[in-house]
Design a protein around this ligand. Sequence first.
Ligand code: HEM
Length: 457
Amino acid sequence: WTATRDKSCKLPMPKGSMGFPIIGETCHWFFQGAGFHASRRQKYGNVFKTHLLGRPLIRVTGAENVRKVLMGEHSLVTVDWPQSTSTLLGPNSLANSIGDIHRKRRKIFAKVFSHEALESYLPKIQQVIQETLRVWSSNPDPINVYRESQRLSFNMAVRVLLGFRIPEEEMHCLFSTFQEFVENVFSLPIDLPFSGYRKGIRARDSLQKSIEKAIREKPLHTQGKDYTDALDVLLESAKENNTELTMQELKESTIELIFAAFATTASASTSLVMQLLRHPAVLEKLREELRSCGLLHDGCLCQGELRLDSIISLKYLDCVIKEVLRLFAPVSGGYRIATQTFELDGVQVPKGWSVMYSIRDTHDTSAVFKDVEAFDPDRFSPERSEDREGRFHYLPFGGGVRSCLGKQLATLFLKLLAVELAGGSRFELSTRTFPRMISVPVVHPTDGLRVKFFGLD
Ligand code: HEM
């Protein structure tokens, strides 16, 4: 990687520090978490240089700068994950595809998240959430919400999205291997025994083996529109687009979908539980909304069939989820590489440099949000809609041609969880104070968030 300035460009380089040789500032980043970027942004400005995960990097904050990066896909930048992420996700993943191949793959995937497909996943997602809350409530001890939310989002991805029926014992093994994979997706690309990178490769190979077995044993229903899971939809969609997916493509797509859903959804679920605990008035207002549309009656959730449209019509619920994702955006940003030298905030981004656009810092520093640190769901109400000022001030799901494909699914999952928490559960914080949040690899509480859940009497 050339970390030099473009001499033909008159603009100065961004300010910043490149840290130590080879490792750069990677260790500072791991240990400082969110504070790493915030401290450097305060010192060097919205566009600063650093050196992370084995490469020089320009970190970009602020709606206007982020807009230029995201809308510059193909002309100014293209996707460029750290080497570890790229190798572990594989050449057939969406994350690693560019240009027409990316467009074609996204088209195939789009059907997996269509309104019709989501409607068909809804009852199963609801069932997985209800079963999980029942297990949490029957446990006499407090639950580590972050750890158990990881299990919940993993179950959701494996059972609901992929339709795998895996015995409990194997599911535990698969979950541990998956955690090992995720922990090492962002690691220094040094392939030595016991290195994170090597552990990640081993975990990936083992996952691919188990997934191949599950795909071969899975009954496929690709006839008609009566979908059972996302894998069926994916295969049907590929057929409609005159594409046959190879086993290797299927395995990589499967791991990519679980990866994309796993840590992000677990992080957001934990933040949701924490904010409902911190803000009883918000929880009560949610209950009021459920009562007013007949979903909550005499303190109990009505067990009738919940439709996607009824969930979408709950406006306050929508504000709550949006606010959780604003204040605790699970993904801190996305990686790109400059395909030509360009200007950003008065400095040059030289061709060949990695660029990381920042989501959380952009939310935290955006002037459109009043009292930016306050948890205030009503800021997204139709009367206030503070996010209307421009779409790059609020971007928990990224933006442009690489925005999150699972956005609607993730939102539906979080809304269903909030409905079950508000309507069907009682829960209390088990520690004296709320934990501190850390942000690597995704936002989560230092102690996982200890909460005692009770069933409804
Ligand atoms: C991409 C956030 C859940 C599938 C992204 C990106 C963000 C994001 C910020 C763009 C990264 C970039 O610009 O490089 C989130 C958040 C989630 C969530 C905050 C939960 C709260 C999900 C779920 C799925 C999913 C549940 C699918 C099961 C994807 C895929 C991409 C993506 C496939 C890559 C799109 C592409 O490269 O074209 N997500 N995500 N995400 N997400 Fe999500």
